[in-house]
Design a protein around this ligand. Structure first.
Ligand SMILES: *Cc1c(COP(=O)(O)O)cnc(C)c1O
Length: 395
């Protein structure tokens, strides 16, 4: 009989990944996340981070983090509901609410656990969660923690959403429509004005996870809701502080009632220690910066437009992205992994995104352009794509 502690059941699965050509080691970044970074001992142009605005290693944010450490220490010492709720956490919630132009904000330790905590707190048995089929894993996991029934609608398809709403409107107490604001693997924007209209018509609530819209879309990065001018008409807007904002954390913006309830039933707030002071200090500085200048978001969009033009001119399929996320779709999983490996050999790091993160047969190199890239770096990246594409007979 085999010994279970040898983990043979996992070894078999790992062998399966190897057989499919999708096994990989974790890449190791040696130094800060920058437009050009040291990765696995090699200097590469970094087209893989979510550091949209170049804030992850920004001197002003670092200074604010150090000052917060000097004043408040390295840890908050408890969950928010005990004594881990410092005045800087409260100030950050207020500042984010002002930035997002909403009544109130509750900040969590990550975007992932903001979804895990919020969805289950605002739904219960007798409710229906209606989710876009391409929603992020943290929404799927968050919905799994809820006792509500769950269903999906076809990606961004308003006929599909309407038929789900129509069919279920009399069967449930509340219906909650959940969508990514920006879809992280394709870079397309959810049709929020139409979603809101349908939600209002059928009396459903709306929940937008704007992880990739925060700091990117709208006035100075206020997000997808601001981009469409829908303030006050989305019930729950999730943002992350780990991507464009450059630090770590997540939040939900909406009504004060929402915040009051989450402070009692948002389980990650009750059972996991709050953000460390360094993170809070740096995030606060990032939001202050966005509220005083559009310099960073302007540069991000300039770079994104430039890169997308150059890549599509070469003849690559870049899908339907409307944001700086630029998927270069290769298709086959193993080929996508090979393309990524060849790019590294040519000094460019773009991670391959394959099943199960995206549907089978839609493997892609997901290029993330940031405000921190120079035109020269983008040109060199495009050149590497051309070379590898030709060598692999894709172009
Ligand atoms: C990245 C992401 C998250 C998770 O955010 P973290 O702050 O990194 O935990 C949640 N939702 C979406 C749509 C994301 O893209």
């Amino acid at each position: 009989m085999s010994n279970v502690h040898e983990l043979n059941f996992l070894k078999e699965k790992i062998q399966g990944l190897k057989d499919q050509g999708v096994y990989r080691e974790l890449p190791v970044l040696e130094g800060p996340n920058e437009a050009e970074s040291m990765l696995n001992g090699k200097k590469v142009i970094n087209l893989s981070s979510n550091n949209y605005l170049g804030f992850a290693n920004h001197p002003k944010l670092k200074k604010a983090a150090i000052e917060a450490v000097e004043k408040y220490g390295v840890g908050s010492g408890a969950v928010r509901t005990i004594v881990g709720n410092m005045d800087i956490h409260e100030e950050l919630d207020r500042k984010l609410a002002e930035f997002k132009r909403e009544e109130a904000v509750m900040t969590f330790q990550s975007g992932f656990n903001c979804n895990a905590g919020t969805i289950q707190a605002i739904t219960e048995k007798g409710d229906l969660i209606i989710s876009d089929e391409l929603n992020h894993a943290s929404i799927i996991d968050g919905a799994r923690l809820s006792k509500a029934d769950k269903t999906i609608y076809k990606h961004a398809d308003m006929n599909s959403l309407e038929s789900v709403l129509k069919e279920n409107k009399d069967k449930y107490r509340n219906m909650l429509i959940i969508t990514d604001g920006v879809f992280s693997m394709d870079g397309d924007i959810a049709p929020l004005p139409e979603i809101v209209e349908l939600a209002e018509k059928y009396g459903a609530m709306t929940y937008v996870d704007d992880a990739h819209g925060s700091g990117v879309l709208g006035e100075s990065g206020r997000g997808t809701v601001d981009h469409f001018g829908l303030h006050g008409r989305i019930d729950f807007t999730i943002g992350t502080l780990s991507k464009a904002i450059g630090v770590v954390g997540g939040y939900v913006a909406g009504k004060k009632t929402m915040r009051d309830w989450l402070s009692h039933r948002g389980r990650p707030l009750l059972f996991s220690t709050s953000l460390p002071p360094a993170a809070v200090g740096a995030i606060t500085e990032a939001i202050n910066t966005l509220m005083s200048t559009t310099e960073y978001t302007d540069r991000l969009w300039d770079n994104a437009k430039y890169f997308k033009e150059q890549i599509s001119k070469l003849g690559f399929d870049i899908g339907n992205s409307e944001t700086p996320i630029t998927p270069v779709i290769i298709g086959d999983e193993a080929k996508t992994m090979e393309f990524s490996k060849n790019l590294i050999d040519n000094g460019v790091f773009v991670s391959a995104i394959v099943f199960p993160t995206v549907p089978k047969g839609t493997g892609r190199l997901r290029c993330m352009v940031t405000a921190g890239h120079t035109k020269d770096q983008l040109d060199r990246a495009v050149e590497a794509f051309k070379k590898v594409g030709e060598e692999m007979n894709i172009l």
